[in-house]
Design a protein around this ligand. Structure first.
Ligand code: NAD
Length: 267
């Protein structure tokens, strides 16, 4: 078993990384940053997003596991006091492999067409303030958006930025993408649906901005500035991310614990 480990870089995450390496060496696990079977992240959900982007070219063959240094996360679902148990399970147990859908984003400009994979979401904002962009669904005009921005999320990203925008939480076994608006301005000229929209895997949406407009393009935690963008094609990717599950994980328990609480608190 070859593993790669990425930590957040703060003192606690680094210390846990050191601990992990010693425990792993004692169990005969081999560190390999180039061609690992398992990619571990130690930090938070943001650290797992970084690990995903570092190894996205190998996403078809690697599996991911996340350790959280604070409260449990959605991707980082092991806690810092469970490292020894995790290493023991990695060394001795065949994990259940759970696959989550990813987004594929193709950004077409005058000079290039570049494809990106996102685990959580793709975000589009204008550098100068209000974003104006047409949204087409399956090559048919759907609405003309004007407002602060547009977020296209994956099912597992639906509990991130999307949820703060009032989007629905989608179980990651559902292959689809969700379009959510950030503060749309609605009047006679610019009219949007106003609620989030969920597209199935065989549909796609195109965002058509003004190519003169400078844009902030967010792919998970990464933000790029671009101009000359003619269209952005968003669809469910063919690739999926694989999580190695060494013990049961229930998505709805994670949602309840993160947003509602344990249910044992007195009113
Ligand atoms: P960060 O560390 O500030 O993370 C923000 C929070 O998002 C953290 O608490 C993290 O645990 C949580 N998060 C990340 N992915 C999640 C998911 N799939 N479900 C539930 N919570 C999730 O910033 P970062 O490390 O750069 O993370 C980037 C992510 O932050 C983005 O992908 C986006 O989903 C999220 N975000 C949220 C908002 C918002 O809710 N208003 C705004 C910007 C970004």
């Amino acid at each position: 078993m070859k593993y790669a480990l990425l930590d957040r870089g703060d003192p606690l995450s680094r210390e846990l990384s050191e601990q992990f390496h010693s425990l792993a060496a004692a169990k005969g696990l081999t560190p390999d940053d180039t061609s690992p079977d398992l990619v571990l992240s130690i930090g938070g959900d943001g650290t797992l997003l970084q690990a995903f982007h570092r190894y996205r070219d190998q996403v078809k063959r690697v599996a991911f596991v996340g350790v959280h240094t604070g409260h449990l996360g959605f991707y980082a679902d092991w806690q810092k006091n469970e490292l020894a148990e995790l290493v023991e399970l990695i060394a001795t147990k065949e994990p259940r492999e759970v696959k989550y859908p990813l987004l594929q984003i193709e950004i077409i400009s005058d000079t290039s067409a570049t494809s990106y994979l996102a685990l959580n979401e793709f975000t589009l904002k204008s550098v100068d303030g209000t974003l104006v962009a047409g949204i087409n669904i399956n090559d048919e005009p759907f609405e003309m958006f004007r407002g602060d921005g547009i977020v296209i999320s994956s099912p597992s990203g639906s509990t991130g930025y999307n949820k703060s925008l009032g989007g629905a939480v989608i179980h990651p076994s559902i292959e689809g993408l969700q379009i959510a608006e950030i503060a749309s301005i609605n009047n006679r000229v610019y009219r949007t649906l106003g609620s989030s929209v969920i597209l199935p895997k065989h549909h796609h949406c195109d965002i058509v901005p003004d190519p003169e407009e400078p844009l902030f393009v967010g792919i998970d935690h990464l933000v790029l500035q671009m101009t000359g963008v003619r269209s952005i094609i968003c669809r469910v990717a063919q690739e999926k991310i694989t999580f190695a599950r060494y013990r049961p994980y229930t998505f709805w328990n994670r949602v309840r614990e993160a947003f509602i609480g344990s249910g044992t608190d007195k009113v």
